[in-house]
Design a protein around this ligand. Structure first.
Ligand SMILES: N[C@@H](CCC(=O)N[C@@H](CS)C(=O)NCC(=O)O)C(=O)O
Length: 213
């Protein structure tokens, strides 16, 4: 294997952050677009935990966590402006809160049936109070968590905030979260995101950047 191979799933926010980091780092990689209902046996053989993203490196090692893929892509001289600000205690805390408390409430708000959830609005409120309002306050201080420029933490959080905003877009639009909304709009229109969202053929391995995006 010459190039890294990423097992990915288009709508998965973890896969989205990994793919955006690989694009930022301008890394040439192959991508296998899968389905959560029909996971490729060769991926499961390398990573039995069965979640995406998974990255196979040319030296045979396997990265099984989205943040590890981001580290592998961005922790190098050319992209240290993306990686180093993400190592501050504050930004590591944002990552932990995103992947912890926010993801918990987001899932139960977005998929109440899947979680047998009767208090969907309570989870929506908790996500706002515990995460989105504090994030809005933080983003009033600077446009990005990286400061005036984005860093890996911005990349890591954006796909989850996007999911939340998309559950009830009209309701989200009414919220008094101007800094957060500006941050989100910036990412949604970013060429990185637009390129990442283009459809890959399902269940086949393709050279990701060579599709001419
Ligand atoms: N901690 C993992 C979480 C990855 C994850 O949960 N991915 C979801 C898709 S968004 C998944 O593959 N779930 C397995 C399944 O639903 O079968 C990471 O950061 O990569």
């Amino acid at each position: 294997m010459q190039k890294p191979l990423l097992y990915t799933y288009r709508r998965c926010p973890y896969a989205m952050r990994a793919r955006m980091a690989l694009l930022v780092a301008d890394i040439d990689f192959d991508a296998h677009e899968g389905s959560l209902r029909d996971k490729p046996p060769e991926m499961l053989a390398r990573s039995p935990k069965g979640s995406v993203p998974v990255m196979l490196l040319p030296d045979g090692s396997v990265l099984e966590q989205s943040w590890d893929i981001m580290r592998w892509a961005l922790n190098q001289a050319a992209t240290k402006n993306w990686w180093e600000p993400a190592q501050s205690l504050e930004n590591l805390n944002w990552l932990a809160k995103n992947d912890g408390v926010f993801k918990h409430h987001l899932d139960r708000y977005k998929y109440p049936d899947r979680y047998n959830e009767t208090d969907r609005d309570g989870h929506r409120e908790n996500a706002l109070t515990a995460f989105l309002k504090p994030l809005n306050s933080r983003l009033k201080q600077s446009s990005f968590l990286g400061g005036s420029e984005p860093c890996a933490t911005d990349l890591a959080l954006f796909p989850f905030v996007r999911q939340f905003a998309a559950v009830e877009p009209d309701w989200f639009e009414m919220l008094q979260l101007p800094a957060l909304r500006a941050w989100l709009a910036n990412w949604l229109s970013s060429p990185l995101f637009v390129r990442r969202m283009l459809k890959l053929p399902g269940q086949t391995t393709v050279a990701f950047p060579s599709l001419g995006y």
